[in-house]
Design a binder for this molecule. Sequence first.
Ligand code: G4P
Length: 563
Amino acid sequence: PKLSINSLFFLFSIYKYFVPLPPIYKSANQQINTMSLKQEIQKRRTFGIISHPDAGKTTLTEKLLLFGGAIQEAGAVKSNKIKKGATSDFMEIERQRGISVATSVLAFNYKEHKINILDTPGHKDFAEDTFRTLTAVDSVIVVIDVAKGVEEQTGKLVEVCRMRNIPMIVFINKLDREGKDAFDLLDEVEQKLGLKVTPLSFPIGIGYDFKGIYNIWEKNINLFSGDSRKNIEETIAFNDINSPELERIISERSAANLRSDLELVYEVYPKFDREAYLNGEQQPVFFGSALNNFGVRELLDCFVEIAPSPRPKASEERIVNPDEPSFTGFVFKIHANMDPNHRDRLAFVKIVSGTFERNKPYLHTRLGKKLKFSSPNAFFAEKKEVVDISYAGDIVGLHDTGNFKIGDTLTEGEMLHFKGIPSFSPEHFRYINNADPLKSKQLEKGIDQLMDEGVAQLFKLDFNGRKVIGTVGALQYEVIQYRLEHEYGAKCSYENFPIYKACWVEAPENPKDPEYLDFLRVKQKFLARDKQNQLVFLADSAFSIEMVKQKYPNLKLHFTSEY
Ligand code: G4P
């Protein structure tokens, strides 16, 4: 039988519903979208700069922004550190909060890459904030002062990164000043920070004698002019370090020193291995001077090349890959509005996979409800603006009237819960009392919201219901008191509660376990609940923890809330 041309058309038009089409016929949009989604994700570098205060984090950030053309002149990024001795200056605290909103995320484009720098406060009183931000970065740059070497705060932050295998690049700063010998410093970094370093650049002289840097990565020499205003640096390609040219450029003595230094470098340190770097097993090191904008371009060029694009993230249910088309993300930071007339807050969401779109309903998995966001903020340099679409790796700021807590997950519908924002034991503990009985509702609400923001941790004593605030630094008590009064119209006072550490108590499989029951009875006055209603033992000394461990060998105590 002959088929008419019409029936042929008809057959062909229904054929596609029965037979899988070759990719070329597949929804073109869908293909292009997955393509561009992948490309967008590959472009992204989301990272944090960590350091001890004063090592040069702010200066380095600013120079990176200058390279990205995001700011025009030096001095535009304000230092967001709390000046020493400012602990009782409330205006200083407010100023700090204002600036830290502005610098929470600094984004710029550089050589086809979209770079997101997440702010990580160096001040130790804000260490929890920094720990949480480190759950949202894909890599970090560690800044070390050449004269001071490895300092306390650097140690703590690097340890957190090491635990999570976050790729790290080390930048040794202030080479224009007298400092430690480069090899001694590399040793110190290995020993004190437990890293396995490999220098990708090496200084030629130091301090007064500082001539420049040999770039092992690009095989060239950067000469230092010492004139920070001009920001001129001369780069000379130098493949063969044994060429007699070297003497002419940096003097005979410096040339001899550089050659023997490099010989030692090649002998002692392993070759750079990108896989090892990405797995957190090897850390490349750069030298430079952020203030003089020296060695910064080299750092940035290498960084965009080797640093990871957004990485997969574990949720309780499964591992989520960034290039999955469905959106997922989690809240790692919440910032209260500075304006007391607008009580909303900004929740910072790291996009783990897919794209986040304006006005699309997303599932808040803890509350089990769908939310829409009409004005999500993206961050660009120091500005934030409303955007229609953001990609995995980016941070969006969502206006929130109280739905979010730190750690919350958003998805397109899948029930996922991202892992890994633990609380650590606070260092300070105080009872919080209501100082204005007419405002107890306001106080309650204020405390609740401040704890959701992660300003401090709240514990409720089991036996009398009293509330205890635990913080990392003493400064937080003043911040809380000030904010309760100015944002919630409530007054509070504190009372000392001499506690050494909070230990999270893991319940045994058998809740009637006699050892566990005895512990609960004997330590009744020291037991409390945290915000997640987990049982916490507030130990008054290291000795009492030891005693508990001896007396109840099967009891499981933990120093973080996630175990
Ligand atoms: P931080 O964010 O890590 O706390 O450090 P920040 O960049 O604020 O730098 C701390 C101090 O170190 C600043 O001086 C800054 O100018 C200086 N600095 C940064 N990089 C270099 C460098 O490569 N060489 C030298 N010599 N100094 C550097 P300050 O006097 O505390 O502040 P300011 O008055 O200069 O702003």
